[in-house]
Design a protein around this ligand. Structure first.
Ligand code: FMN
Length: 189
């Protein structure tokens, strides 16, 4: 099979080059850029135009409260030292956004709405990446904790967290591989 991984159009390079960023520089990207990214996120495909997403752009106070909640959960599970180490790291994360999805009672609708929200998250991440800003999509245990919903003022009966998105200028860009496409592609007659 020809090697398509050498395609070098700007879009191909954006899609291939984006990486999940785990360590950030301290500077917070401009709020205007974030608002642009959120605006573009909602142009994601969504079946039935349900537009099931919500974006919670967190300020320092809420971000720090989430970091403390996470530290408490980690301390309870793995001991105080582990909790403190997490707290220290989380307090260095510059940008915080939570994306939630409306809870649909119909399971097919819920499945499709979640898919749409994932597309929206990726729109958000790709746009920021094109502007030099990295994102980490996290779904750790804290994002399922009732206390997390309280901190973002969301009723878990109405919306579910799709991801906690950290953003900022990358301190380091990891190299993350992919398996060859031949392992995934099935061509049918
Ligand atoms: C739904 C979802 C949840 C994720 N949750 C986490 C997470 O909790 N912690 C983490 O380190 N990375 C998380 N990631 C990021 C993946 O680890 C990352 O996308 C993967 O390692 C591939 O790296 P890349 O994005 O640089 O290609 C998540 C990604 C997705 C799509």
């Amino acid at each position: 099979m020809p090697d398509h991984s050498i395609v070098t159009s700007p879009v191909a390079e954006l899609l291939r080059g984006r990486r999940t960023i785990h360590t950030f520089l301290p500077e917070l990207p401009p709020r205007e850029l974030l608002l642009e990214a959120i605006d573009l996120a909602r142009w994601a495909p969504n079946h039935g135009l349900t537009e099931p997403w919500h974006f919670y752009l967190l300020g320092k106070e809420t971000a720090q409260a989430i970091a403390r909640l996470n530290a408490a959960l980690v301390s309870a599970a793995h001991g105080e030292a582990a909790g403190l180490a997490k707290l220290e790291r989380w307090l260095t994360i510059p940008g915080w956004l939570v994306v939630t999805c409306d809870n649909a009672s119909d399971p097919i609708r819920a499945h499709e709405d979640y898919a749409a929200c994932c597309c929206a998250v990726h729109n958000f991440a790709l746009y920021l990446w094109s502007e030099g800003v990295g994102v980490k999509w996290t779904t750790g245990a804290v994002t399922r904790d009732p206390g997390f919903y309280d901190l973002i003022w969301v009723d878990p009966h109405l919306e579910s967290v799709v991801g906690l998105l950290w953003y900022g200028y990358p301190a380091e860009i990891p190299q993350t591989p992919r398996k060859p496409v031949a392992e995934f592609l099935v061509e049918l007659p």
